[in-house]
Design a protein around this ligand. Structure first.
Ligand code: NDP
Ligand code: 2IT
Length: 450
């Protein structure tokens, strides 16, 4: 299939050093080969050449003043990747590791994830290399105001609707929203993940983590198994990890780990969720403080991690939920997990497993739910927030949660059915990529060469 190869080669040359973006693009395009064999007309419309090229990329300087009165500068990004199915939709990430390549990989993944939800949303992503750690509330506010002063002219409720991601939660969304309103004079659904008393959707905060657990339930039930009673490994200690852990308790499973950028916590009796929330949502401190209240738990600092992977995946469990960041689960980690008898992986984070780790999971034929399918509950509920905002309504929790369950079941079914259709039952990577791509590509063809 020379055009898959040629497109990847061209990307390598034209956008040097965007490693994570090639990783994401390669995975998707390689999966599409059997589709192109059956439906060569995608090639006639140059769909893959178009789909790997963002419709628009905005980069800007974010200048803000710290508490000492010093002027500080960060980079700001918004990649408006694909609007074939609806307004650009995707989060903002504030983390020192952010580069244009990271934002591009996240925006690329978002196109297919959003398509899988079945909702009318295109793909986009943005962020900054700003590090919220150690900053005062006033500094965070001034940064967010400056960021929005640049971004506001490119976004809107029917054009581009940002939300949270790493380092961007309810506090940041509040400051960003306040500045948008001040600049435009409009009170409208331009961001999702808003506070519940000013336009947010009930259940949005919990949706990504809950959705990742629902996805795991779908995968396990299709194999005649259940999540009940399973020992679960969770990485991360932020929004996605916390609400994955919360839902795991609700469905009768036992989450025994979590991790942050400094270390990994293992509590064999089950992670104390109330304490985790207090440490991370209220105090914004290190997980190490957990040990002060739970002597039965153990803590591994990052310096003691295995050289070829992450301490959290070396702990024994039945089901794993990577919920921190990209490439946090290596091939060696995958081997250890498989050796320890893990039967299911549901990715709360975006692209948390390296390409070699994914190959291991697929070869072992365990239940493996890739991020673009398993973590789509967050963006899906964001779209429910958009629907509530545009109709001036607020739905009750039961309605949002019922829709979320239904959407996750539907995503699972599409991935499984498409995998089956292409002769690789259980390969949900292939299923997710082909099913997501087909929707976007067909819409692009209908809308002409734009
Ligand atoms: P948060 O900022 O709330 O939490 C991120 C967690 O991961 C923190 O515990 C953080 O550690 C840890 N972490 C982040 N970066 C690194 C790193 N480079 N190395 C080690 N640990 C790291 O983010 P979210 O929970 O929102 O996001 C987690 C993942 O889920 C990301 O991949 C995101 O793209 C994805 N995602 C998020 C969605 C959402 O709705 N929020 C939706 C779909 C996917 P520390 O506490 O020390 O900072
Ligand atoms: O990666 C993601 O799907 C998100 N960070 C959520 C995006 C959104 O618009 O809610």
């Amino acid at each position: 299939m020379p055009y898959v190869h040629n497109t990847l080669e061209r990307l390598r040359k034209s956008s040097p050093a965007q490693t994570e973006f090639y990783q994401a693009a390669e995975e998707v395009l390689e999966c599409l080969r059997p589709l192109f064999e059956r439906s060569p007309y995608y090639h006639d419309h140059s769909i893959i050449e178009r789909i790997v090229e963002p419709e628009r990329q905005i980069m800007f300087r974010v200048c803000w003043t710290d508490d000492a009165g010093r002027v500080r500068v960060n980079k700001g990004y918004r990649v408006q990747f694909n609007s074939a199915l609806g307004p650009y939709k995707g989060g903002l990430r504030f983390h020192p590791s952010v580069t244009s390549g990271i934002i591009k990989f996240l925006g690329f993944e978002q196109i297919f994830k959003n398509a899988l939800t079945g909702l009318p949303i295109g793909g986009g992503k943005g962020g900054s290399d700003f590090d919220p750690k150690g900053k005062s509330d006033a500094e965070i506010m001034r940064f967010c105001q400056s960021f929005m002063t640049e971004l506001y002219r490119y976004i809107g409720p029917t054009t581009d609707v940002p939300a949270g991601d790493i380092g961007v939660g309810a506090r940041e969304i509040g400051y960003l929203y306040g500045q948008y309103k001040r600049l435009t004079g409009r009170y409208e659904g331009v961001l999702t993940g808003k506070g519940l008393n000013w336009g947010g959707s009930i259940g949005r905060k919990e949706a990504t983590g809950y959705g990742a657990v629902y996805f795991a339930q779908n995968m396990l039930e299709a194999r005649g198994d259940s999540i009940k009673g399973k020992t679960c490994l969770v990485s991360g200690a932020g929004n996605v990890a916390i609400y994955t852990i919360e839902k795991l308790y609700e469905v009768g499973a036992k989450p025994v780990t979590c991790s942050d950028s400094r270390g990994t916590l293992h509590d064999p009796r089950g992670v104390d969720l109330a304490l985790l929330k207090e440490l991370k949502e209220v105090k914004r401190t290190s997980l190490e403080a957990y040990l002060e209240q739970h002597t039965e738990a153990s803590y591994t600092p990052v310096d003691d991690y295995p050289t070829d992977g992450h301490a959290v995946w070396r702990i024994e469990g039945d089901v794993a939920f990577p919920c921190a960041t990209q490439n946090e689960l290596t091939e060696a980690d995958a081997e250890t997990l498989l050796g320890n008898g893990v039967t299911c992986i549901s990715e709360g984070a975006n692209m948390p497993s390296t390409a070699a780790a994914v190959d291991r999971f697929l070869a072992a034929r365990i239940a493996y739910g890739p991020g673009k399918a398993a973590n789509a509950g967050g963006v899906a509920t964001s779209q429910l927030e958009m629907a509530q905002n545009s109709s001036m309504q607020q739905w009750p929790l039961q309605k949002v949660d019922a829709r979320l369950k239904e959407i996750m079941a539907n995503i699972y079914k599409q991935c499984a059915d498409t995998a089956e259709e292409f002769g690789e039952p259980n390969n949900l990577v292939l299923g997710a990529n082909i099913a997501g791509f087909r929707k976007v590509a067909d819409a692009m063809i209908d809308q002409g060469a734009v």
